[in-house]
Ligand binder design. Sequence first.
Ligand code: AOF
Ligand code: ZN
Length: 329
Amino acid sequence: METETDLQHLRRALELAARGPAVDPNPRVGAVIVDAAGRVVGEGWHCGAGTPHAESMALAAAEGLARGGTAYVSLEPCRHTGRTPPCTRALIAAGIARVVFAQTDPNPLAAGGAAELRAAGLQVATALGAEAEAINEAWTFAVRHGRPRVIWKTATTLDGRSAAADGTSQWITSPEARAEVHRLRAACGAILVGTGTALADNPKLTVRGIEVTRQPLRVVLGERELPDDLATHPLLHLRHRDPARALAELHSRGVRQVLLEGGSTLATAFLRAGLVDRVVWHLAPTLLGAGPALGDFGVGTLADALPLTIESVHRAGPDLIATAAVRTT
Ligand code: AOF
Ligand code: ZN
């Protein structure tokens, strides 16, 4: 039975989990140790792959005061020997009487901790599973599907164009929208473009304007040669166009979320393979014409796109409706 106090300690474990790195091969995990008298005697969180698990950090902080107490953990304690020893054993050895955890571990290598703890005579309870899962959305997806989660980010004008007649495509959207792209990049382990985009735009594909401990891996997919001076940052060039293979390679490198950033050939290949999980669509209130939705009305280059002023945006059932003025009188 979980009490309000249990939920408070578990929420604190979730808070601690969020201190971990936002992008990492491993999940973000937090733990709180409360002694038999109800006092918090240790807190811990996971700082990234290869470092101690949250439970062992919290037990170390408790300095032997854990006996007869309760461990609150945001993820089911692991029972495997991976980069570190099993947390179930550490909890049992410390004399913990009860474990309350949030998310059930979806990782088949580590799962089964709850059953092992029960078998050892500890009380085990769970709560707040959905909240804990939200802290590790991409990791949970990647563990369940055996591949990174894929986000396709695209920017188009209101008439659905992503480049003008002369090929100019930088920048369709505003600096404000581009700042959002950096936030999205910061949440991904790898940024993927095709060789066409790499050659045409020479994009930096780095996170700028936000502090990150590690830049995402820049990945270019396709056989075409790339000049050396393109690699302003460590760049991984996969000389094939197989989305499933690319994701398998990235997954084995610890990437749990990938951002597809162009061009259309790359996005098409991923969609065709059924390997796009989420779309982030940036819509600029401009018209270019000379596309499938609107004929050529005289715009040749991006700088001459006809600007509109969005007056309202709303959802109508599954649709998105935007009303924009071409000219404000
Ligand atoms: C963590 N941190 O605090 C907990 C984890 O890579 P390893 O060997 O350290 O094992 C990672 C697995 O251990 C992870 O996928 C998850 O199933 C389990 N618990 N992992 O990185 C932690 N408690
Ligand atoms: Zn563990």
